[in-house]
Design a binder for this molecule. Structure first.
Ligand SMILES: [Cu+2]
Length: 110
C-alpha cells in the first residue's frame, strides 16, 4: 500500500497482486481507485469479482497509448489472473469496459 497524489494505491509486486470488484453491499465498483505496478517487467493482477448484481460482469482495461491491455470479462463469483506485459514507467488509467464511468482509477507504473 502506498500513496500518490493523495490517493492510496496497492503496489502490485511481480507474481502477487490482489484486486477485487464489488462486495456484498456494493456493486459496480472496484475496491480501489489507484493501482501501481513495477516498470519494465511483466506483472499479474488477481481480479476477484464479488459483484452478485444482475449486470455484475466486469473486467480491467489499462489504457496505454498506443498499446493497451484489455482483460477478459469475468462474471460474478469468478476470479481471473491477468498477465500484463511489461509497461514503461508512467501514469495510466484503468477501468471496466462495462461500467467505465463507475469503475475506473489511476494506474501508476514506476
Ligand atoms: Cu464493471
Amino acid at each position: 500500500m502506498g500513496k500518490a497524489n493523495g490517493q492510496l494505491f496497492e503496489f502490485l509486486a511481480p507474481g502477487e497482486a490482489l484486486f477485487s470488484a464489488g462486495t456484498d453491499r456494493q456493486t459496480h465498483t472496484f475496491t480501489t481507485d489507484c493501482l501501481a505496478a513495477p516498470a519494465d517487467q511483466p506483472f499479474t493482477i488477481e481480479f476477484d469479482n464479488h459483484d452478485t448484481s444482475l449486470h455484475g460482469n466486469h473486467n480491467i482495461h489499462i489504457y496505454e497509448s498506443p498499446k493497451e491491455f484489455i482483460g477478459e470479462r469475468v462474471i460474478h463469483g469468478r476470479s481471473i489472473t491477468y498477465s500484463v506485459p511489461a509497461m514503461p514507467a508512467g501514469t495510466y488509467l484503468f477501468g471496466c469496459d462495462e461500467h467505465p464511468t463507475l469503475m475506473n482509477g489511476v494506474f501508476i507504473v514506476k
